[in-house]
Design a protein around this ligand. Structure first.
Ligand code: HEM
Length: 130
């Protein structure tokens, strides 16, 4: 199986776990006060739902889907909107892999590396729009 398929299946197992997105935001917000401050006014139930779709967009991008939705995320996260600094994306990715490790019963270090490799081009697209 190729890496994109491995990640797609891992994501399916993660999405079956109710606490996945709650734990992701707990890890992500714990990674820095600056990150936590960005979400003080956010409806987190809605945000968890939006992220579920956002991660799917990153995976679909790696499978050759169009850039349109990721470009829109690049725009919303850029300096003129949410002003998400490029260096914060590594905290985001590390928090995501901590969460995958916690929830995917088939987690391995190789799967961790596959996740990072598969998501990086899509993350770079969003970050690059800063
Ligand atoms: C909103 C995905 C990285 C902070 C959103 C939304 C999505 C999303 C789907 C809702 C749609 C929108 O408003 O455009 C992602 C993905 C990321 C990422 C896939 C990684 C590649 C980050 C990072 C931060 C961040 C690193 C840093 C704090 C926010 C904030 C909002 C948001 C503050 C708006 C929340 C609100 O409406 O109050 N993100 N995001 N995101 N994201 Fe991200």
């Amino acid at each position: 199986m190729n890496k994109t398929d491995l990640v797609f299946q891992s994501y399916g197992r993660c999405c079956n776990r109710d606490a996945f997105f709650v734990d992701f935001y707990d890890f992500f917000m714990a990674s820095s006060n600056i990150i936590r401050e960005r979400f003080v006014k956010t409806d987190m139930a809605a945000q968890r739902h939006l992220l579920r779709n956002g991660i799917m967009q990153l995976i679909l991008h790696a499978r050759g889907m169009s850039d349109r939705k990721l470009k829109a995320l690049g725009e919303s996260h850029s300096r003129s909107h949410y002003d998400i600094k490029p260096e914060w994306y590594s905290l985001w990715l590390d928090s995501l892999l901590k969460t995958v490790r916690l929830h995917d019963p088939e987690y391995t270090p190789e799967l961790d590396a596959a996740w990072r490799e598969v998501l990086t081009p899509g993350i770079d697209l969003i970050r690059g729009a800063y």
